[in-house]
Design a protein around this ligand. Structure first.
Ligand code: CTP
Ligand code: MG
Length: 313
């Protein structure tokens, strides 16, 4: 818990994030009154560390403009608004504008019309409110992944988003979390032809996991044991959408197609054709599995695991 508490952003930092969101919204709305700026990613899903960059998404209906044109115009608007270090990255897979705000000292990335990310951010935040063990578990897993260099998608390891989903899956398997997408929906949106529906009245689910009394440290050990020894990498896809593991066969994820090797399969909860493990290749899968085993062994045998576990790679 003390490791978790050392990573949580302060109230002051959170109010600075809100201040920046308000400043940017005001600036952008002057030019595009019908647009809306959303906070997504770790600053909004409740799994954000102190000092992390801010992810923003501009939702805008400009049929005449391409995404790249919108990005370029956005950069222009921000230039006029006293923001610094503005860069329009128009060739990236997801085009973004990067900037720094001299008033708060915060840096952020703004993407355009990536509303699925806004919705999956809400799903993760809603899960974090059901059982108070999820948030520290995911913080510690993310901290471990960053310390051990297995949180780098461009090197074939997993995103923070994937690790949080792996934690939710594990807690679902322990009956500590329910499966919100299998319950009667109270929240319903369609984004880019994906239906996003689930039960979001999570205040009614307080105490759901109370039957299981496992402590945070026991769950952390269980999480690593699960990924080291229990998960079937050959046959299974983890799916928080269904609350269990489903078969690779069922999704036709059994062979390599293009760059999708499906060596560790993590289904995106809404974009179900998307395997979050697609970045993992023949080399990094073993690096990853060795790290899961290392962590499980440290938690099993080491009398003082809180140092060894996070030793820099
Ligand atoms: N995202 C997504 N699909 C992915 C990766 C990310 O939709 N394959 C979206 C999710 O909404 C996620 C956000 O992008 O919350 C940011 O992703 P990421 O950087 O992995 O996670 P953060 O929570 O921002 O973690 P960090 O603290 O490491 O920045
Ligand atoms: Mg982020």
């Amino acid at each position: 818990m003390s490791i978790f508490e050392s990573l949580v952003p302060s109230d002051e930092e959170i109010s600075k994030q809100k201040q920046l969101l308000a400043t940017l919204s005001r600036l952008i709305n002057k030019e595009w009154p019908n647009s809306k700026l959303y906070l997504y990613g770790s600053c909004a899903n409740s799994f954000g560390f102190s000092n992390s960059d801010i992810d923003l998404c501009l939702s805008i209906d400009e049929k005449e403009m391409s995404k790249v044109d919108i990005i370029l115009k956005l950069a222009h608007i921000l230039h006029a608004g006293n923001l610094r270090n503005i860069q329009a990255l128009t060739r990236a897979r997801v085009p973004i504008v990067k900037l720094m705000d001299p008033n708060t000292g915060l840096s952020c990335d703004i993407c355009v019309n990536n509303l699925l990310a806004v919705v999956n951010t809400k799903l993760l935040r809603d899960y974090s409110q059901i059982d108070k063990r999820l948030r520290p578990l995911a913080f510690i897993v993310k901290h471990w992944a960053k310390s051990r260099c297995v949180n780098e998608t461009y090197q074939g390891t997993l995103s923070s988003y994937a690790y949080v989903i792996m934690c939710i899956h594990y807690l679902q398997s322990q009956r500590i979390l329910p499966c919100l997408q299998e319950m009667e929906p109270t929240y319903y949106v369609t984004v880019d032809n994906n239906i996003c529906a689930y039960f979001d009245q999570v205040d009614k689910l307080n105490g759901f996991g109370a039957q299981c009394k496992d402590t945070l440290s026991r769950l952390l050990w269980g999480f690593f044991r699960y990924w080291a020894y229990a998960h079937n990498y050959t046959k299974d896809v983890i799916s928080i959408r269904t609350g269990r593991s489903i078969s690779k066969n069922m999704k036709d994820w059994t062979r390599r197609i293009g760059n999708d090797r499906h060596l560790i399969c993590i289904e995106d909860p809404f974009e179900t054709s998307h395997d979050l493990g697609r970045v993992v290749d023949n080399r990094s899968i073993w690096a990853l599995r060795e790290e899961f085993e290392r962590a499980a062994e440290i938690l099993h045998l080491d009398p003082n695991p809180n140092i060894t576990l996070f030793e820099p790679y």
